[in-house]
Write a protein that binds this ligand. Structure first.
Ligand code: ZN
Length: 153
């Protein structure tokens, strides 16, 4: 495994649409492992999309305290309710904002073995899933922020 460099701020790659993964092979699994290592190394990140390490593939890793989730080609198939959340992003360090997200989301994806999985997340997990899937479309949380918090000193 290897730590990867995180793309920051107005790096134009962060605005690109990521491509569907056609085959979940060892190369993809290694990439997911590198993404997880990079996310955990950051200490503050609960999720990372491949585009954030410069790779335009529809891959996401998430750990909001319930264990590591690796997602290939995730798609939201249901959203319910709304919640007010506070979000940050590893690509936009030290910036936190308030925005609205669904209270619950259900996604379909492939896992690292290429098997289809369905996951429903609520609360922080729903927020994180939405944030990471937005990355795959070149969308950043700052596009939705209603109010920024004071920077953490
Ligand atoms: Zn992010």
């Amino acid at each position: 495994m290897a730590l990867r460099q995180i793309r920051l701020y107005d790096d134009p790659l962060l605005r690109k649409t990521s491509k569907t993964v056609n085959q979940v092979d060892d190369k993809i699994r290694l990439l997911l492992d590198d993404m997880a290592e990079t996310m955990y190394h950051s200490k503050i990140g609960g999720g990372l999309a491949a585009v954030q390490i410069g790779i335009l593939k529809r891959l996401v890793v998430i750990d909001m305290g319930q264990g590591l989730i690796k997602l290939v080609n995730p798609v939201i198939i249901n959203k319910e309710g709304t919640q007010k959340v506070i979000e940050g992003c590893l690509s936009i360090p030290n910036k936190w904002g308030k925005l609205n997200r669904p209270a619950s989301v259900t996604i379909k994806a492939l896992n690292e073995n290429g098997d289809e999985i369905t996951i429903t997340g609520t609360g922080d997990l729903a927020k994180c899933i939405c944030h990471e899937i937005d990355h795959l479309e070149g969308v950043l949380f700052t596009d939705f922020v209603e109010e920024y918090l004071d920077p953490i000193q």
